[in-house]
Ligand binder design. Sequence first.
Ligand code: NAD
Ligand code: DAU
Length: 348
Amino acid sequence: MRNILITGGAGFIGSHVVRLFVNNYPNDHIINLDALTYAGNLENLKDIEHQSNYTFIKGDICDEDLVKELFSTYSIDRVIHLAAESHVDRSITDPLSFVKTNVYGTLSLLEAAKNSWKDNFEGKLFYHISTDEVYGSLGKEGFFLENTAYDPHSPYSASKASSDHFVRAYYNTYGLPIIISNCSNNYGSHQFPEKLIPLFINNICNNKSLPVYGKGDNVRDWLYVEDHAKAIDVIFHKGKLGHTYNIGGFNEWKNIDLIKVLIKTVDKLLGREEGTSEKLITYVADRAGHDFRYAIDSSKLKNELGWEPSLQFEEGLKKTVKWYLENEDWVQHVTSGAYQKYYQQMYE
Ligand code: NAD
Ligand code: DAU
């Protein structure tokens, strides 16, 4: 049995990755280390929490003693590192917490892996999950490739870029077996409603205004979260050590166009007349340093490892909206308490 440490497994993407690994690999023991910040929620994993190949540990990746102890207690063979502060707007108001978790936390894990595996790196892997935002912003044309120079613009992307550099430094300096993947915007169930799609679904349901930054012209490349989890599975099992893989949906949307499709989808499922909620669209001040366009070229992953996104966007969006409408309790739980304060500071 292999022992796989997944960090941030109670968050949005992490919970989909944990579920996939626990269900598909009964001979692997999945140890989920998560601090349960505002973004982490054990309700996300209710369906698998009693499985015998799953263990949850509440803890901070910055706690070096805890991380070191976990490597020795569970004899960790492999790591999939997702834990992070992940929201760009929060990084603008509180950059230090991003440096702490995303940079220092990654270093704490790298050190534990290096020291615990130092006698033999055979069969070991430190797989670091990163973002396309490290590459900066594109104009109307072109795509991010694996060798595109890093040019992060927000405190979030700067902290992720820094962590990527440290992961590569451990490969070059110590020979630590690493892989990095950089993915585009994810959407799907269990995403905290501070990010565009779940925030807007929640606001449409509650007839609250939809705060569109700037003119709504910015472009993002959207990927269904379960397709990201499948890409992580493929890279984890077949990826080449030291390599980077870009993951994207080949699915670019201008924000305002996406918002209109989202409104249509939610209105329809709520039984409202088509387009009723368009009146909620409110143009607000732009995000500081707002990257114009992200677009990932994931042909390396397709050509070398055979992964492609499986779901059409409209279908994925419908599934996502349905999930939020059917899981009001989940939304209520995560939007009570601290969320209210965040929302007021951010939008009111
Ligand atoms: P998320 O914010 O939903 O979840 C982050 C998880 O990490 C939460 O469960 C949280 O409790 C945990 N966490 C935070 N700080 C921690 C700490 N110090 N110690 C232990 N656990 C901690 O994030 P997400 O959207 O699921 O993103 C997961 C990873 O994927 C991140 O590394 C992010 O940079 C990357 N990524 C996200 C996207 C996206 O569209 N969401 C796209 C590409 C890459
Ligand atoms: O590209 C990958 C990244 O995608 C991940 O690394 C990040 O963790 C993830 O949060 C996401 O970053 P974005 O900043 O692109 O996602 P967000 O959902 O915050 O915003 C998407 C777009 O919508 C962006 O252009 C800003 C805009 N927006 C967002 C919010 C929250 C609005 O217009 N209004 C809003 O209220």
